[in-house]
Ligand binder design. Sequence first.
Ligand SMILES: [Zn+2]
Length: 449
Amino acid sequence: MFVLDRHGHPLDPCHPARARRLLASGRAVVVRHTPFVIRLRDRAAADSVVQGVEAGIDPGSQHTGIAVFRAGEGIRTGLYGIRLDHRGGKIRDKLAARAAYRRGRRSRNLRYRAPRFLNRAKPKGWLAPSLRHRVDTTLSWVARLSRWAPVTAVHVEWVAFDTHTLSAGKPLEGVEYQQGTLAGYEAREYLLTKWGRRCAYCGASGVPLNIDHIRPRSRGGSDRISNLALVCVPCNQAKSAAPVEVFLAGRPGILAKVLARAKAPLRDAAALNATRWVLWRALEATGLPVATASGGRTKWNRSRTGMPKSHTLDALHVGDLKEVRGWPGRVLIVAAGGRGTHCRTRTDRFGFPRLRMPRIKQIHGFATGDLVRAVVPAGKHAGTHTGRVAVRSSGSHTVQTSSGPVKTSWKHLRLLQRADGYTYNARGEVDVTARSGLDGRPAPVSCPG
Ligand SMILES: [Zn+2]
């Protein structure tokens, strides 16, 4: 739990049980419900020993993992895990829809409109809005965490796949993953993602996969990453040194797919490559020390600690480390959901107005997106529910809970937190105890005061 001093400056995070005791004794007050932040009333950061924490970021195109951990001499203790769900895909869809409306309007015979084209220039460093959103939300969460915890350094995964160094003929940077212990990790991980973790020729999944030269080396095929595919052992042996055109002669559909995919870069990797510089520069601009490391190193670190893959565990394993001693048992899923719409009319499928939405956002003190607690006295949904509310002008609001929507009067609701553009859910970390040699319980966390 995040802890602030009496002036609102961050102290080291503490264990939830400790926070409960502080609140019960009246020494602390609640600042924020999710993520939970308390403020101590009787302590100032200047009079306390603040160890500081570090943050690891595993940027992804759909989800970004963020881990807050204590670090000392290469030993990390995970304190807090956040999986940030981006809405880049939704932004792209909305912009595509807008472009289609505009295009339609232009060709419709409505009124004369002088043609406008070739009169726009994009500023240097411009990013598509769906990509810009990924950078902005990640930065916004780093800024928030720095307000709630004494973040002293940020470790960011440079990029999942360094596609430039993967393609042959380019000078590789840093010998450690050419000849060292990381050799092969980058390429293998890239191929696993590229071929969807299944055999490229027969589609088998959950079987051991070999790396196959699409154009065999005996026929002059190169070791370039675009000539490599992942295939199951039977397919690999059956193909042997035959050219792929001969091996897949009876299956032209699959042949075309394999050849097309071999050349295509990863869409998500391309999106990340476009944003990595922008994210890195923006993190540097925050003034925090920023360390970068490759995704291959993260995977290598994870293979040493024996932990499964998850966005938050990846974030905990970014960069140089010797050991991981503990991690939080629960992860906060933060989904960027937007802040509603300006549009006050809903249309039917012909584009005619179907219903008009109210011009005010708050109804009986609640706005759509607020986090509320509902205490329903009677009926089918009798009980206490916590979740995001959707308001109606009638005052009969709907609370979204993990077990479905609960509709109730505004009189039964209590506001926990105003809408901030995100929806929050907590979830258990992937089952780490089963596969890990370490003990999977969260490490005990010390606390100020
Ligand atoms: Zn196969």
